[in-house]
Design a binder for this molecule. Structure first.
Ligand code: NAD
Length: 551
C-alpha cells in the first residue's frame, strides 16, 4: 500500500523517463515533496496552508509510474492532483496538462471545496505546489525584496536602515520576509505561532534570532534600529493577540504587513487557542473554527489599521486577510492597500514577474553558471545584478538548486535561449526546468491581489489566465496548469502556470523562445487593454502586437 515516505528527486544525467521533458516533470514533482522543500511532505503539502503536489499517495505513485513510461508524443492529464488520462498528442504539445481546484462560480467556496475534498474528488493546488515549480522560500524572496525596496523608495529615502517592520507568518512564503527586510538594511519583528516555523527559518538563515518575549523583541529591534544595523527577530505568539498589544503600548513600528495563511481560515490560529490543538480543533468543528479565525483576523487587521492611523506604512501581502476581516464584520478592513497596486503593478506592465529555473543535475555549480549568464546578459540592470550577487551569497538552496529573478518581456526569452545553449554545449551538467510563479503579470485574475484596483475596473475578469494557459500550450511549454483559489483562497482567484524545459535540443530552443516571449507578453497586453501607459509604451518599443492599437 502506498503511504507517506521521504521523496527526493534524482540528480545527475541518468534518465528514468523516456526523455528530458518527462524526466523534468517527474523530478520537479518529486522535488516539490522533498522534505527540504515542502512544509509538510508527509501530507503531500508543499506550502501555503494546504497547497499540495498530489491528491493522495496513490495518485502520486500513479503519476510517477506514468511519467516514467510517457512517450514524446503523449500527454498526461492531471485533475486536481490525480492522473486521469494519457492522450496521444504531438511533440510540440505539453507532456502534462494540469487543472487544480477549479469549481464552477456559484460553488466556488471553501465549504463546498472541503466537502469535495473529503470525498477524495479534489485537492488544493495553491500556485506552484500543484504545478510542480515550487523552489522553496527563495521563490518568493526576490519579489519580497523588491516590495520592501519599493516601500523604502516610497517612504524612507530608498533604504529601510533605521526602520522597524512588523509582520507575521514565517511559513513557506512568509519566511522570506525577514531576509527581504534585512537585505534592504532594515529591522524586522516576525511573529509566528509555530515554533518549528521559527526554527526552520533560523536554520535556513532567513531569520537571524529568536526573542524570548515581546519586550525582548522590541528591545533587540530598537537597539538594532538605532545602530542602523539590519536584524530580523522571530517572536513566538499569536499575531491577533500581539499586534493589538503592541499598538496599545505604542511600539515604534514603521511598516506593517502580514503573511499568515489567512486565505484559508482553517490555517489561521484563532485567539485563545493553543497552537498544538489547532489541527484537531479545525477538524472537529470547521465552521466554528472558521468563525473564530475570522473574528481574530478582524482584531489583527484592526490593529494594522491602527498602526496606519499612527503613521506607519501598512499593506496587505496577498493573503486575503482584509477580505476575511471584512467577512467578520470589520468595516475598515480595506483601509490599507494590497501590495500589487501599491508597489508592483508598474513591473507587471513590463511583463515582469517571478521568472525561475531549477538545475535538474542537482549541482549548485549549474546555478552559479546561470547567475553569471544573467549578469552577462543584462549588465545595465543594477538592481538585478545586486539581487543575483546577494542571492548567490545568501540564499540557501532547498531541494534541487534553483534561482529566481524578475525578468520582463524581451528578457526572459533571451535568458532561456542562452540557458538552452549552455545545456547544448555541455557547460551545464544537465537540463534546466524554466518556469515562474503564478503570482504573475498576465496569468492571474485575483481581485484582492494581482488584479486589485485595475485602471479599467476589470479586476474579476478571468479570461486572461485562460488565454495565458492556451497560448502557453500553443507555444510549446512542457507542462501547463490552470488553478483556482491560489494565494487568496476559494472563489477569489483563477491563475495559470507554465514550465518549459531547456534540454539543449534545437526543438527545446524553439519552444523556449516562443513560450518565454508569449508568456510575459500576456502581461503587457493585459495591462495595455486595461489602459496603463507604461504597458502601452512597452508594447510600442518592443513590438508587441495589440490589434486594437493597430487600427
Ligand atoms: P504557510 O502555511 O506555509 O505559513 C503560514 C504561517 O502562518 C505558519 O507558519 C503558521 O504557523 C502561521 N500562523 C497562522 N496563524 C497565525 C497567527 N494567528 N499568528 C501567528 N502566526 C500564524 O503559508 P505561506 O506559504 O507562508 O503563505 C502565507 C500566506 O501568503 C498565504 O495566505 C499565501 O496564500 C500568501 N501568499 C502570498 C504571496 C505573496 O507574494 N505575497 C505569495 C504566495 C502566497
Amino acid at each position: 500500500m502506498s503511504g507517506p515516505r521521504p521523496v527526493r528527486a534524482p540528480r545527475g544525467t541518468e534518465l528514468s523517463a523516456l526523455g528530458w521533458q518527462q524526466e523534468a516533470a517527474l523530478r520537479m514533482l518529486q522535488n516539490n515533496l522533498d522534505p527540504e522543500v515542502a512544509e509538510h511532505p508527509d501530507k503531500l503539502v508543499v506550502y501555503g496552508g494546504t497547497g499540495k503536489a498530489a491528491r493522495d499517495w496513490r495518485s502520486f505513485d500513479a503519476m510517477v509510474r506514468t511519467l516514467r513510461t510517457l512517450k514524446q508524443d503523449e500527454t498526461m492529464l492531471v485533475q486536481s492532483g490525480r492522473p486521469v488520462g494519457v492522450m496521444q498528442t504531438h511533440e510540440w504539445a505539453p507532456r502534462v496538462l494540469i487543472a487544480n481546484s477549479n469549481l464552477v462560480g456559484e460553488w466556488a467556496n471553501w465549504e463546498e471545496f472541503r466537502r469535495l475534498e473529503a470525498l477524495g474528488l479534489t485537492m488544493y493546488g495553491q500556485m506552484t505546489a500543484g504545478s510542480w515549480i515550487y523552489i522553496g522560500t527563495q521563490g518568493i524572496l526576490q519579489g519580497t525584496y523588491e516590495t520592501f525596496a519599493a516601500v523604502a523608495a516610497k517612504k524612507f529615502n530608498g533604504t529601510l536602515a533605521g526602520t522597524i517592520t512588523l509582520t507575521a507568518g514565517l511559513g513557506g512564503m512568509g519566511g522570506a520576509q525577514p531576509l527581504a527586510v534585512t537585505m534592504n538594511d532594515g529591522v524586522a519583528i516576525c511573529i509566528d505561532c509555530d515554533p518549528r516555523a521559527i526554527e526552520r527559518r533560523i536554520e535556513h538563515r532567513y531569520l537571524d534570532v529568536k526573542a524570548d518575549s515581546l519586550e525582548h523583541a522590541l528591545q533587540l529591534a530598537v537597539e538594532a534600529r538605532d545602530a542602523r544595523r539590519p536584524l530580523s527577530i522571530g517572536l513566538l505568539g499569536n499575531a491577533a493577540e500581539l499586534l493589538p498589544r503592541m499598538l496599545a503600548e505604542g511600539a515604534p513600528i514603521d511598516i506593517v504587513t502580514d503573511q499568515t495563511s489567512a486565505h484559508d481560515p482553517l490555517a489561521y490560529l484563532p485567539l485563545g487557542m493553543d497552537f498544538d490543538d489547532m489541527a484537531s480543533e479545525a477538524a472537529k468543528d470547521p465552521a466554528g473554527f472558521t468563525t473564530r479565525a475570522r473574528e481574530s483576523m478582524a482584531r489583527h487587521v484592526e490593529a494594522m489599521v491602527g498602526f496606519m492611523d499612527a503613521g506607519a506604512e501598512v499593506f496587505d501581502y496577498g493573503n486575503s486577510i482584509r477580505g476575511e476581516a471584512q467577512l467578520a464584520g470589520y468595516e475598515r478592513a480595506f483601509a490599507f492597500p494590497g501590495f500589487v497596486p501599491a508597489y508592483i503593478r508598474p513591473l507587471f506592465c513590463e511583463g515582469k514577474g517571478p521568472f525561475r529555473w531549477a538545475a535538474l543535475s542537482g549541482e549548485a555549480s549549474d546555478i552559479a553558471k546561470t547567475d553569471k549568464a544573467i549578469l552577462d546578459l543584462f549588465p545595465e540592470n543594477e538592481s538585478l545584478a545586486r539581487w543575483i550577487r546577494m542571492a548567490g551569497e545568501r540564499v540557501h538552496f532547498q531541494g534541487l538548486p534553483a534561482r529566481i529573478c524578475w525578468l520582463g518581456y524581451g528578457e526572459r526569452d533571451r535568458a532561456g535561449e542562452r540557458f538552452n545553449d549552455m545545456v547544448a554545449s555541455g557547460e551545464l551538467a544537465a537540463p534546466l526546468a524554466i518556469g515562474r510563479d503564478h503570482l504573475d503579470c498576465g496569468s492571474v485574475a485575483s481581485p484582492y491581489r494581482e488584479t486589485e484596483a485595475m485602471l479599467d475596473g476589470s479586476d474579476a475578469i478571468a479570461d486572461w489566465p485562460l488565454l495565458n494557459a492556451m497560448v502557453n500550450v500553443a507555444s510549446g511549454a512542457s507542462w501547463v496548469s490552470i488553478h483556482h483559489g491560489g494565494g487568496v483562497g476559494m472563489g477569489r482567484s483563477i491563475h495559470a502556470g507554465q514550465v518549459t524545459v531547456a534540454d539543449g535540443t534545437v526543438l527545446a530552443g524553439e519552444k523556449v523562445r516562443r513560450v518565454l516571449t508569449n508568456d510575459p507578453g500576456m502581461g503587457v497586453i493585459r495591462h495595455v487593454d486595461a489602459g496603463y501607459d507604461i504597458a502601452e509604451a512597452v508594447a510600442g518599443e518592443r513590438d508587441v502586437r495589440v490589434p486594437m492599437r493597430e487600427g
